[in-house]
Structure formats: structure tokens, C-alpha cells
Design a binder for this molecule. Structure first.
Ligand code: MGP
Length: 203
């Protein structure tokens, strides 16, 4: 190696600075819900708890490495990862005009492994601001439900079809969902009146 290309020798090897934090664009909060009984529209949220907030890459991994993977959670449990200041409720002012894209995990023997991978990819995409319309994203959930484990991506402006279709398309690409498998978008205001909602968009 030419003399001028050699790293400087200071006598001691340089150590990486692990005290340095890499800030995220937003602060995020992980919420957990493990309802003992089936939730109703009026009683929803009683077991919902904020677990931990973070605003750096390092603190995210610290959290992720210390919590159970979705596949290890009890049936009915839900993780919600939301931007700080937004509660994981359809009624929250930031969600009230929004809706969610739902990706149902495959009902195959390795469906739960797929769900774990989807959760990580969806979370990294949110906190890493990978969606072109990152401001639209409120949060992401992973729902453990017998026979219908799923990921939901909650967004702000249900009425903007072009925006939602663009986000849905990016979500499918991120999770590597084949074109032939459709995902649907439901509007929270509809869910709030009946608990259910029909797909407004699908892609
Ligand atoms: P869920 O946990 O999202 O779905 O909602 P699950 O368990 O798959 O059941 P299903 O109804 O989709 O088949 C369960 C129930 O909790 C809903 O039907 C609502 O009654 C209530 N609920 C869920 N969320 C996320 C909310 C919410 O944000 N606000 C209110 N008021 N009720 C909610």
C-alpha cells in the first residue's frame, strides 16, 4: 500500500464511537395490547399501553432485540408502532380521516415466519421514512389473530385515492407480496360506525 494511503497510526487502534446516536426523522412509540376479552367499539383500548418511545436507530434496535417477535405473542395480542403523539385508535384526530392497508399473512406452516419478517420490514420502512409520502403514515400494527394474523399500515387521508394507491403499491413491494395477492384499504370512519368496513381501495 502506498505510504499516503495508509490509515494514520496513532499508537492505539481507533474504536468506533458507540455513544453516538443516529437520529430518526420522527419519534415513535411502541404500544401493546393483549385484550383478555373480545374488544367492542365502546370498550376498545382499555388494555392498550405505551411501552417505549425512541428517536434514534440505536434505541430502536435496543427495543426490537428485547421484545418478543410477533409469532411468539399470545393470540389476540397486537403491537402498534406509531408516531409520537398519535394514539393507535381510529378516533385519534390524526387517524380519524384515515384508513389502513391490511396485509394478511399466508395461512401456511411458515405464515408466522412471514409475519415476523413483514413486521420488521414494515417497521424499518416507517421509521426509515422509506415511503415517498412519509407524512401520510401514522403507524403500523401487527395483529395476532387465529387464522388471520396481519399487518396494518395506518394512514391519514383516506379520501386521497392516488396517494393511498401509491402507498399500498410501495407496501406490497416492501413486503414482497406478489401482484396476484390483493391487499385492501378500509376507511376508519366506516369502521367506527360498525366495527367493520368494506375495502375502499385494493391493489
Ligand atoms: P381488531 O382488534 O382491529 O380486529 O378489532 P380483530 O380482533 O381481528 O376483530 P375484527 O372485528 O376485525 O374481526 C376488534 C374490535 O375492536 C373491532 O371490531 C372494534 O369493535 C374494536 N376496535 C378496534 N380498533 C382498532 C378500534 C379503534 O381504534 N377504536 C374503537 N372504538 N374500536 C376499535
Amino acid at each position: 500500500m502506498a505510504e499516503e494511503n495508509r490509515p494514520e497510526q496513532s499508537g492505539e487502534e481507533q474504536q468506533p464511537d458507540f455513544s453516538k446516536r443516529h437520529p430518526l426523522e420522527h419519534k415513535w412509540t411502541l404500544w401493546f395490547d393483549n385484550p383478555a376479552t373480545k374488544q367492542s367499539l365502546t370498550r376498545y383500548g382499555q388494555g392498550l399501553r405505551p411501552v417505549y418511545s425512541f428517536d434514534s436507530v440505536e434505541d430502536f434496535w435496543c427495543l426490537y432485540n428485547n421484545i418478543k417477535a410477533p409469532s411468539q405473542l399470545q393470540p389476540s395480542a397486537t403491537y402498534y408502532l406509531f408516531k409520537d403523539g398519535i394514539e393507535p385508535k381510529w378516533e385519534d384526530p390524526k387517524n380519524a380521516h384515515g384508513g389502513s392497508w391490511t396485509c394478511n399473512a399466508p395461512r401456511t406452516p411458515n405464515g408466522r415466519a412471514t409475519l415476523d419478517a413483514w413486521w420488521l420490514h414494515a417497521v424499518l420502512a416507517c421509521i426509515g421514512e422509506q415511503f415517498d409520502e412519509g407524512d401520510e403514515v401514522c403507524g403500523v400494527t401487527v395483529n395476532i389473530r387465529a387464522g388471520k394474523d396481519r399487518i396494518e399500515l395506518w394512514t391519514k387521508t383516506a379520501a386521497n385515492e392516488a396517494l393511498q394507491m401509491s402507498i399500498g403499491k410501495q407496501l406490497k413491494q416492501l413486503l414482497d407480496i406478489p401482484d396476484s395477492n390483493k391487499i385492501g384499504f378500509v376507511v376508519f370512519s366506516e369502521k367506527l360506525t360498525s366495527g367493520k368496513g368494506k375495502d375502499k381501495y385494493s391493489i
